[in-house]
Design a protein around this ligand. Structure first.
Ligand SMILES: *[C@@H]1O[C@H](CO)[C@@H](O)[C@H](O)[C@H]1NC(C)=O
Ligand SMILES: *[C@@H]1O[C@H](CO)[C@@H](O)[C@H](O)[C@H]1NC(C)=O
Ligand SMILES: *[C@@H]1O[C@H](CO)[C@@H](O)[C@H](O)[C@H]1NC(C)=O
Length: 593
């Protein structure tokens, strides 16, 4: 129905009759209502009003007009807001505006309700299941909710739903509600609907019930170990009678309530045990919050073992230590410990340093393994993807090796024949935020749009939709050409210290020229090679080792950094620069003469 409605609207909108306000949804060349001042005309559709010369305003479907306002409407129309609106019931009326409705001849073949349609008369011949024809030849729901088929007359049921049976004109349950299937001959229920079972009286009840009654969806009594709350719910374990599922009124025989209200087996020697074997020291199931260990005792969580008479941990799993009665986790990467700060063994790659596990450092490389690893893997992944790309796209083996400068819009983009598509100005929305787009909109609207049209006629027509409510015009700044560097610049797989360090943004730019005062001497050593502070991981610019002595910068000795940003022990760099007169950074090889 909704789709039919939308289609009608589309038809109305596609009305091509001049001066017509609404066309017929079924006959688009028939006007139903003309614009003010026009009247319907068989040939022209809507023609200027002829009668009432004096009145400039003609009111459609008006019978009597007085002083340019309607006093009485034609039959079938009623006066509303000075106009004659069709009187219609909601079933044969189509509303366009909240208060404007039109009589229409609707198709009665709603495909959701109608099975076979008479296309010529637009009537439904046979309705779908559960629907039947009414006096207007529309398909409406069968009057009996238990009717499965009433398709020629919505009042007369031909077939009832499963579990009901036709008695006279009505579908009635065969002996019990919730029946799944009735016997035609005995008119008795053969089996119950899904999730339902016969009770002792032959009624179909919820499967949790002991009994229910004919016309009730709920249970009337429950089995043992369950309580009634519309349907039946199980009591807690080993409970015989209860009224809710959080406590027990009477435990089953051989069980008694413990301090928490659980029904635990009488005489069981294991504490916190729910069920045990022959009242022995072997527990089968613990009460909530306790776990069974391999000795069949009920312990606190995280214990490896405990005793039968107490949940307190006796032993713990690896990676945990016994803290009085519970097991607690050791510190990170520690496999065994005697307490949190006293690790006894560490995981692979870790060593014990004052009770904790620290990563084992390799001295020869001051750079972190992951950095090298990631550079290598980026290179490998890059090569693989280029390789795959080449295989998949053999026709386009054009690897852009030169730098391509995309000119702003004033140059004709079709002249660019390098095999690389230029960036279209209108695709660069991502470079601008919405505010900028809005700001540039008013300017762009007049100037840029025109110039874009002239220079780039085909594309601009495609990209600019002048009818859209929020047009987006984006212009590439004219002053600065956008540099577009082809992706996948060749990666250098050989890692050298300088390359690696230059990736760190904190480093001074070593490409800057060397200034005079950077020639280091005994006079300016203190100021040009200043004392620096290490960060939390005892590194400076990510470097943890002095380049001269290869010892760690442990924070105990003064650390100084050269203007290139590479750190040294204060005494090492002083020795090298002043006493040995080797005025070059050992890391980046920059000279300080
Ligand atoms: C069918 O049901 C209606 C109400 O649903 C009742 O008024 C009517 O008497 C019933 N007819 C028969 C034949 O049972
Ligand atoms: C369950 O029933 C007991 C009485 O038997 C009552 O004290 C308790 O509050 C009930 N719990 C809930 C959640 O209704
Ligand atoms: C407890 O009983 C209530 C009804 O009283 C039910 O809605 C709920 O699902 C039951 N909870 C459990 C865990 O059985």
């Amino acid at each position: 129905m909704f789709i039919a409605f939308i289609q009608s609207i589309l038809l109305v909108n596609s009305c091509l009759i001049q001066n017509c306000e609404f066309c017929s949804p079924s006959f688009p060349d028939t006007c139903l209502n003309c614009n003010p001042g026009y009247t319907r005309d068989l040939e022209l559709g809507c023609s200027p009003s002829q009668f009432h010369e004096s009145s400039f305003y003609h009111i459609e479907n008006c019978l009597e007009l007085k002083d340019s306002s309607c006093t009485q409407c034609l039959e079938g129309y009623s006066l509303a807001f000075g106009r004659c609106e069709p009187i219609c019931s909601s079933s044969d009326c189509l509303c366009f505006y909240p208060d404007t409705c039109l009589h229409i001849k609707r198709s009665l073949c709603d495909s959701s309700k109608c099975d076979t349609c008479d296309i010529i008369n637009e009537n439904c011949k046979v309705c779908k299941g559960g629907f039947g024809l009414n006096e207007l030849k529309e398909c409406v729901e069968c009057i009996d909710p238990n009717c499965a088929n009433c398709n020629t007359n919505f009042n007369i049921c031909e077939k009832c739903t499963a579990g009901t049976i036709l008695e006279g004109l009505n579908c009635t349950y065969c002996g019990t509600m919730n029946c799944g299937s009735c016997s035609e001959s005995t008119k008795k229920c053969i089996y119950c609907a899904k999730g339902m079972n016969f009770d002792s009286q032959g009624y179909c009840c919820d499967s949790s019930c002991l009994t229910c009654s004919y016309n009730q969806q709920t249970c009337s009594s429950c089995k043992k170990n369950a309580f009634l709350d519309k349907i039946c719910y199980d009591c807690i374990e080993n409970c015989q009678f209860c009224i809710n599922n959080s406590s027990c009124y009477e435990c089953e025989e051989g069980y008694e309530q413990n301090y928490k209200g659980d029904c635990v087996e009488k005489g069981c020697k294991v504490k916190n045990c729910l069920n045990c074997l022959n009242q022995d020291k072997i527990c089968l199931k613990c009460i909530e919050d306790y776990v069974l260990d391999h000795l069949n005792h009920c312990c606190f969580h995280d214990c490896k073992t405990c005793n039968a008479d107490s949940p307190n941990c006796v032993t713990c799993y690896d990676g945990m230590y016994l803290d009085e009665i519970k097991c607690k986790s050791c510190s990170d990467h520690c496999l065994t410990c005697s307490n949190f700060g006293n690790c006894l063994s560490c995981a692979n790659g870790y060593e014990i340093v004052s009770g904790y596990c620290n990563k084992i450092k390799t001295k020869e490389s001051p750079f972190k393994l992951p950095a090298i690893f990631s550079v290598v893997s980026i290179f490998v992944i890059g090569s693989i993807s280029v390789f795959v790309w080449l295989i998949l796209d053999k026709k386009k083996i054009r690897i852009p090796v030169e730098r391509v400068v995309v000119k702003p819009k004033h140059e004709h983009p079709r002249e660019n024949n390098r095999g690389i598509e230029p960036i279209d100005a209108f695709e660069m929305v991502g470079l601008y935020n919405i505010q900028q787009i809005n700001d540039s909109y008013s300017h762009a609207k007049n100037s840029k749009r025109n110039s874009a049209r002239q220079n780039h006629p085909r594309n601009s027509q495609e990209k600019i939709n002048p009818n859209s409510k929020t047009p987006i015009y984006v212009s590439v700044p004219q002053s600065e050409p956008v540099e577009f560097i082809p992706s996948n610049p060749p990666l250098n797989p050989t890692i050298n210290n300088t390359d690696n360090l230059q990736q760190k943004s904190e480093l001074p730019d070593i490409s800057k020229p060397i200034y005079e005062h950077e020639s280091i001497s005994i006079c300016n050593f203190e100021s040009i090679v200043p004392v620096v502070h290490l960060d939390e991981v005892k590194s400076y610019n990510g470097i943890e080792v002095c380049f001269t002595c290869q010892e760690r910068l442990d924070g105990n000795d003064e650390v100084r950094a050269l203007p290139c940003g590479h750190p040294y022990h204060g005494k090492c760099i002083y020795n090298m620069m002043i006493y040995q007169n080797r005025k070059q950074c050992l890391s980046c090889l920059r000279s300080y003469f």
